[in-house]
Design a protein around this ligand. Sequence first.
Ligand SMILES: [Zn+2]
Length: 420
Amino acid sequence: MGGTLSLAKYSIGVGDRFAHQAKPQLHACRMAAEHGVEVIPVWNKSNREHTIIGSTPASTRAAADEAVRTLGWSRPYHVDADHINLKTVDKFVEACDFFTIDVADLIGRPCEGAPVGALVEAHAELLGELLIPGVTHPFRIDRGFLVQVANKYLAAVQEAGRIYRRLEEKKGKGQFITEISMDETDSPQTPAELLVVLVAVADEGIPIQTIAPKFTGRFDKGVDYVGDLAKFSEEFSNDVAVIAFAVRHYGMSSNLKLSVHSGSDEFTLYGPIHRTLKKFDAGVHLKTAGTTWLEELIGLAEAGGEGLDLAKEIYAEAYVQREDLCAPYAAVINIDPARLPAPELVARWSPEQFVSALRHEPKCQAYNPNFRQLLHVGFKVAAKMGARYLHLLSVMETSIAKNVTGNLFDRHLKPLFIGE
Ligand SMILES: [Zn+2]
């Protein structure tokens, strides 16, 4: 048996809906390495994405393995079963070595047995004024708060324990990386709540290496952060301090770190996150998803001809189907239909017009976040095109690869991990 599989300090979760961009994505990680910063790639894909595309976890694994072979990447890499639960985990067991256990649905549900009382009895040390090094204000945790937080999260932690143990039985202890995600829920977790959750996770014996809380503010799909930046910065910094505290006092994995499920393009957060990581010498897992698919569209449009035609056709179809396409993502998109260009207008656009409306350059006059968000959720349209879409991805590979790599390196890896 090899040692324990351990997630590196810096890692980036990359989505690759159609499993054609693993190489240009890995290329961006190689560029970061050339800048002296190791960022480990993790290819993540959820059950929902697999279902919509009609793909399997094995195809994500195959694309990752092939990219690693082709580029001669000698550092670690992982394949993440993203947002799995007890119902969906089994089909990911073979292909994945990273599991994001999503227990958000159980937040607020009653739990089995009497663990709330047990937690409160076992952790009297949390009560009173608790000064955690690096946290801006001491936490004041009273019995009522502890009971309330335990009531809210313990059923979720118990379920995470069941999923973790299923995985441990199938894959072997230490042979996979565990993340717990609680981001897909209505209200953010405060740093004090995060502490209680971590204590409960430690008691449940789940050796998580990363945890994704829900942060304050809106993390909409494919567009920038909307919220109180100062509040986010303080919360993020306090969360990092809480994690360091939980590692020291509750025997959690020494590499435990936050996982930021970004909705993909929260550019304004990267500066504050970068500064906090430096201040605490902390790691982070940044999970992006979906924007690679938009770079495919940008690459197709930029190539002109058939590529541009197909991109326009996808938009026209997404425009017609927008209500259905948006419904599953209602909580994480914000589209003003009045600002969506009519397909007849888009049909006359040049490659530059299409690209500048879609590419995420907030300062660009022509950038249209409504257009971008609709296409973000419009991957179903391309999935339905099947071989026709995939064929053009191969034909226009050069134009697409340049955009995929540039997007990941310039807009994500550089500002977040390298700090430029
Ligand atoms: Zn998430």
